[in-house]
Write a protein that binds this ligand. Structure first.
Ligand code: SF4
Length: 201
C-alpha cells in the first residue's frame, strides 16, 4: 500500500510517522526505540499479534490490564498504564485525511492516549485506513466494534455475525465513548506507526 498521502496528512497535523512493510519490522523498531521505560498498553489485537507485551517486558516495566501481575486486578493496572512514560495503542479508524478515530467501553484507552505521557505510539495496520473522516468513523462503528464485541463474546446484537452496528442499548454495549483526534494533542509526542499488513480489527 502507498502510505504517502496519509503520511503527509498526519505530518501536517503534527505527528511523527514511520512506515513498515511488515509487523515484524515494526515490532523490532518499537523494541529498539522503547527501553528502560514504564509502558502502558490498552487492549489491542494489533499489539497482541505483534507480541509487543512480551518483547517490551524484557527490558521495560509494561502495564497491560489483560496481563495483570500476581495479586493484581485489571483495575489496579489502569491507573499505572495511564501514568506510564510511554503508551501504546492501535486505532479503530484512520482517515487518509489524517483524523484518528477510537471507540471505547472502559475508556481507559481513549483517555490514556490523550494526555500524560512522554510519547504515545499508535500502531496501525493497513486495514484501519479509510478515505476520509466519515468513512473512518463508519469503519470504527461498523467493522471494528462489532468484531471486538464478537471476540469478547458480548451479549450484543452485533456480536452474532459481526456484520454491522445496531446502535444497541445493551448492558454489554462496548461502544460507550468516541475519541477523534483532529490534530496531534499538544502535551506529548506522538508517533503513528503504519504497517503494510492487516492487523487487528
Ligand atoms: S453500539 Fe452495540 S451493536 Fe453497535 S457495535 Fe457497539 S456493541 Fe455492537
Amino acid at each position: 500500500m502507498n502510505f504517502e498521502t496519509v503520511k503527509q496528512n498526519l505530518i501536517s497535523r503534527g505527528y511523527t510517522v514511520s512506515c513498515f512493510e511488515t509487523a515484524t519490522e515494526a515490532a523490532d523498531y518499537l523494541d529498539a526505540a522503547i527501553d528502560q521505560k514504564t509502558v502502558g498498553m490498552g487492549g489491542s489485537v494489533t499489539l497482541g499479534q505483534m507480541n509487543i507485551y512480551d518483547l517490551l517486558s524484557a527490558h521495560n516495566q509494561v502495564y497491560n490490564h489483560a496481563r495483570p501481575a500476581e495479586g493484581q486486578t485489571p483495575g489496579d493496572i489502569f491507573p499505572l498504564a495511564a501514568q506510564a512514560q510511554i503508551y501504546l495503542s492501535s486505532v479503530n479508524g484512520l482517515a487518509e485525511t489524517g483524523e484518528i478515530v477510537n471507540i471505547d467501553g472502559n475508556c481507559n484507552r481513549i483517555s490514556a492516549i490523550c494526555f500524560g505521557h512522554e510519547k504515545v505510539y499508535l500502531v496501525v495496520g493497513k486495514n484501519k485506513l479509510a478515505p476520509d473522516y466519515d468513512a473512518a468513523l463508519w469503519r470504527a462503528r461498523n467493522i471494528a466494534a462489532p468484531k471486538n464485541a464478537k471476540r469478547l463474546n458480548k451479549n450484543t446484537p452485533c456480536a452474532k455475525e459481526a456484520d454491522r452496528c445496531y446502535n444497541c442499548q445493551s448492558p454489554e454495549r462496548i461502544c460507550r465513548a468516541l475519541s477523534v483526534f483532529w490534530e496531534k494533542p499538544r502535551a506529548c509526542a506522538f508517533e503513528i506507526v503504519l504497517i503494510d499488513e492487516e492487523l487487528g480489527y
